[in-house]
Design a protein around this ligand. Sequence first.
Ligand code: AMP
Ligand code: MG
Length: 321
Amino acid sequence: MSSDHRAYVYSTVLMGSPIVLKLFEHDENLASRVFRLIKRYEDMLTVNRPHSEVMDINDAAGRHPVPVSQPVFELIKRARAVSLPDGSCFNFAIGPLVKRWKIGFNGRSVPPANELRDLLALTNPHDVVLNERARSVFLPRTGMEIDLGAIAKGYIADVIRDFLHGHAIHDALINLGGNVQTLGAPRNGGQGAWAIGLKTPFSHMDALIGIISVTDKSVVTSGVYERYFKRNGRYYHHILDPATGYPLDNELLSVTIVSDDAIDGDIHTTLMYGMGVEKGLAYLSGMPHIEAIFVTRDRRVIFSSPRQFTFTLLDQSYRIA
Ligand code: AMP
Ligand code: MG
């Protein structure tokens, strides 16, 4: 029988995040294959467990290069390429600082300035040595660590999209902890578009600033409210400034990127975070296929150029600027 256009929602927790898959056919077998695939990539890329391909690289820091699988090598190459430009706020070698701050984990504290200074010296992305022929990665100094936390979920969301396409699924949604990849459009109304909520920062319930409507796009959000702690009246969140070692401190509460590939969204949310609104808008003006929604501390919602999505404001205490 043909589909009745109901949505079937499958969920789990992986990579420390809620994972949601929406399909329009009831197919538990497919859903569990999707979740297994996510887990397989998590097992390769995580730095939050003793073993993974990335942890093997980190464990061999200062000692020897480590050969890795093709996908891990390609992802590290991509992460390195976005880390290298002067002043890039994306740094895939930021691991020692992330580990020290422990933001989002137990035991977090504000590290002393001299400790941060010492750790900063271990985070130069130019120091990471990639060998194409051996497909190996070498961290030349003891204590260096790769962290793909700012790119891995976006990358995996695209892997899942491609997997679903390969199984003739053309209308579906996968949400990996705020990295949403949509395929086609929902079949059950929704005015032909997927409705993705833009969260109200620091709201205790699941309050929304508004709704982003898209078809066939990824919508990736990174917000300072996702992982943070408060000490002596100050907030410390999980996106670190590679130049100072402290959490990035600017006018932004969240950045959302609408693009074809979620990996671009994941990369650019971090990049935009570092640039702030003004520089970010100038940077994106030459990239029409990557669009941003900035939410600022003074409650403005700012778009780079809303061509690939529509936005409906729900919370009138925010204004579209
Ligand atoms: P996202 O959730 O995509 O904003 O990525 C945040 C995660 O990326 C953090 O939890 C860290 O693991 C890592 N990270 C923090 N600061 C940076 C940075 N400046 N560049 C690259 N990765 C970072
Ligand atoms: Mg990111």
